[in-house]
Design a protein around this ligand. Sequence first.
Ligand SMILES: [Zn+2]
Length: 313
Amino acid sequence: MPPANRHEPKRAKSSTSDYSVTEFLREFPDDAACLEHLWRSRYSPDGEHAECPKCERERVFKRYATAQGRQSWTCTGCGHHVHPTAGTIFHKSSTSLRLWFHAVYLMTSTRCGISAKQLERELGVHYKTAWRMFNRIRNELMADDDKPLSGDVEVDETGVHGRPRGPKMTKKEAAAWRERQVSVLGMVERGGRVKLRVIESRRGEPLSGPVRANVDPDSILITDDWMAYKPLAQEFAGHRIINHSGGFYVDGDIHTNTIEGFFGNTKPGVRGVYRHVSVKWLQSYLDEYAWRYNERHRDGRSMFHSLLDRAAQ
Ligand SMILES: [Zn+2]
């Protein structure tokens, strides 16, 4: 076997990352490379020609060095400036583009996300800055779309709280306590996308409302036998129920194994988050988990580039 070329490192097959840090550092060595990327992907595929909104036609654009280090390209026909960061989360940020790109990279290079504390260490920014960057990336780039789920849709809910504290409760009290806790509602298309919602209660409207809002009425709902799902039956094309309380978990294709498998993989992470952040922020973390899952069907494009594309929209 020939010796490995250390200038062209090969990724181990077992690696979960589809874009290595070496590749990132090579593609985006500095602020200028990041700005150039935005300019080309948003306005000018060849880096020189772009549609000028003032001239209303294609023009040659040049980047002039200015004393203020202005981040814009100028139309050679009319002098109009185009700012490649305008309308993106990077615009007018006091944090450099390079750090933003690095934060996007770090968020997409680990399987279960990265904490603001780790970002603070890796990028050498203040904790508050790191936290704000993550928050914007989650809320604006990983936010859920409005497209309802369709086909066979498994729905289930799960608690994110720990055990109740204080004096021992009766079974009935414990059940009532559980229902008062914040839960996560998960809805997943078989072979497709997932949507997650923080719900205030496992009963009535707080549970059924998000199902109505996020699942197409032509879908077949698949749930366990929790009574709060029953009223939904007549609003969807079908409702299949697996009788969990009777000890049944799979009956042909009636099961909720997809959503339960998803919960099993993400719950340790979500629980950890829940202990450290308020309910107010929980939804944005859920969106991050859902985004990761929904990104698994990318055609060869790395998760990093996919998120960067969204930032450049
Ligand atoms: Zn012009």
